[in-house]
Design a protein around this ligand. Structure first.
Ligand code: SF4
Length: 503
């Protein structure tokens, strides 16, 4: 990416200063790639007659501007030439599009880093979960997880009923209507969350196993969240096509409140046609299209998590990530609220399994009636579950996916994503054996090391604390609660929305 493009933000608050030509280059390239990714018949048309295919989308681009984005080898060559200072290695529009993608990656990293809760116990717990996920899920999947500190469901269930739903959303039941009473509760809940989690809770969003647009009052909740936190949450919806004028107003509202990115989940080609017809490429510059339609599955495998797990051995198996790949769509290490049930869970992503089919651990949970009760409940959950330090009486047990080995005088703790080296140690074989067995406490290991090898207990404490801080010790809840298992579904209801106050 050339230096000039790298400095330009097309998504942040400086976007108005970017020239129309620059924005058009990015927006049109993005529109082309959406069609290319999700529509195989378009790929065929482009191969036969690139100019006609581009023209059919109404885009002001040429094949020379697009081909560098379609071929891995060409893209690699361009990267190398740009790194060597060859500024004419590719068209300007390609540099601009690459800068746009880099801006989004930087934003994701900023989001993850600014989600650290103010409470030191919760912050330490979350930091360990970030480390654990890197090892358990592998670096590339972990890189995509922002570990948001909070998320809120404003409905019970989801009307969309995707077969692949990674969090196994139950059938739609009802919404939390924005009545005066519920609005008061909402404000109280947000303020309690701000007090306990701190300003980083502003990195939260307002959906989980729900579609935000199922709730006709979603925009009111969004605006109040912005008033309390000064930040507009990202919206992700699979029903943007249902009422395009509402969607347009929501996009305008999000843009006016400074939302960086919103997302449309594209679950069929027909939906893609509708949103491409309804919104110009420039209007959708801020909107990521998530390819979920069947035709794109050769490039975008779905996570083998939640409801999708039921199809892992069936005719849709080829659309799912294989056993050798880690699977989860969870992106929260913090509190998941359901405002209809007035419930809260402390959750964190994990590799989906029969034990944790939803792709996240439920560490603790509870219900509340008022904002005051919620405040006390959050404090209790943190106090009971979010440790800052390893205690001397704690048994040192590593995660089940961590393998221990010895290389010369070093101990290696290896998982899918990371190898952590301990040492050099005078007693590497002993330490490896005790860690592998997972039966001794911190104090017992410290005493044994001092007796056998003359290692000071303080050194041992520091060594074991490294394992704890890096998320290598086992913090998995002993028993998954009933809510960690997807509820059986009936047929997805066809009703769009039933308004009903819960209390
Ligand atoms: S993937 Fe999203 S839209 Fe689809 S059923 Fe699950 S929550 Fe609803």
């Amino acid at each position: 990416v050339n230096h000039e493009s790298e400095q330009i933000s097309v998504l942040g608050k400086d976007a108005q200063r970017v020239s129309a030509e620059y924005l058009r280059d990015v927006a049109h390239t993005k529109r082309f790639l959406e069609r290319w990714t999700m529509d195989p018949s378009f790929r065929d048309r482009y191969t036969e007659d690139p100019a006609a295919a581009i023209g059919s989308l109404g885009l002001v681009l040429t094949a020379e501007q697009l081909d560098p984005l379609l071929s891995y080898s060409l893209a690699t060559e361009i990267t190398e030439r740009l790194a060597a200072g060859e500024q004419d290695a590719c068209p300007e529009s390609v540099k601009r599009y690459r800068a746009f993608i880099n801006e989004k990656k930087r934003h994701r990293a900023v989001t993850r880093n600014s989600g650290e809760p103010s409470d030191p116990r919760l912050a330490a717990w979350r930091a360990r979960q970030v480390e654990r996920c890197r090892g358990e899920l592998g670096p590339s999947r972990a890189e995509a997880i922002v570990h948001a500190p909070v998320t809120f469901e404003l409905s019970k269930g989801c009307t969309v009923g995707c077969w692949f739903c990674g969090v196994a959303a139950p059938d739609f039941d009802h919404n939390l209507e924005y009545t005066e009473e519920n609005a008061r509760l909402w404000t109280g809940v947000l303020e309690a969350v701000r007090d306990v989690v701190g300003e980083p809770a502003s990195q939260g969003f307002l959906y989980w196993a729900t579609d935000p647009l199922d709730n006709p009052d979603y925009e009111s909740y969004l605006a109040e969240f912005h008033r309390v936190f000064g930040r507009c949450p990202q919206t992700t919806t699979a029903i943007a096509h249902k009422d395009v004028e509402r969607t347009r107003r929501l996009l305008d509202l999000g843009a006016s409140l400074g939302s960086f990115v919103d997302r449309f989940s594209i679950i069929s080609l027909k939906f893609l046609d509708i949103v491409h017809e309804a919104f110009t490429p420039e209007e959708m510059l801020r909107v990521e299209c998530v390819a979920q339609n069947r035709e794109s599955s050769d490039k975008h495998l779905k996570s083998n998590s939640g409801r999708a797990r039921q199809f892992a051995n069936g005719k849709r198996a080829s659309e799912l990530a294989g056993e050798q790949t880690s699977s989860t769509i969870a992106c929260v290490s913090g509190f998941l609220f359901n405002m209809v049930e007035r419930s809260v869970k402390l959750i964190t992503p994990c590799n989906s399994s029969d034990r944790w089919p939803l792709g996240y651990w439920i560490v603790d949970e509870g219900t509340f009636d008022t904002a005051e009760e919620l405040r006390a409940l959050l404090e209790k959950i943190i106090a009971n579950n979010c440790r800052r330090y390893l205690g001397v009486d704690d048994t040192v047990r590593l995660r089940n996916d961590v393998r221990i080995s010895v290389e010369d005088d070093r101990v290696l703790a290896t998982s899918l994503g990371i190898a952590t080296t301990l040492g050099p140690l005078p007693d590497a074989q002993d330490v490896a054996r005790w860690l592998g067995e997972g039966a001794l406490t911190v104090e017992q290991i410290a005493t044994l090391r001092e007796e056998r090898s003359g290692v000071s207990p303080v050194e041992t404490m520091v060594l074991l604390d490294q394992l704890f801080v890096r998320g290598l010790t086992n913090e998995e809840p002993a028993e998954p609660p009933a809510s960690a298992t997807p509820a059986p579904r009936g047929r997805a209801r066809k009703v769009s929305v039933t308004l009903q106050s819960t209390r």
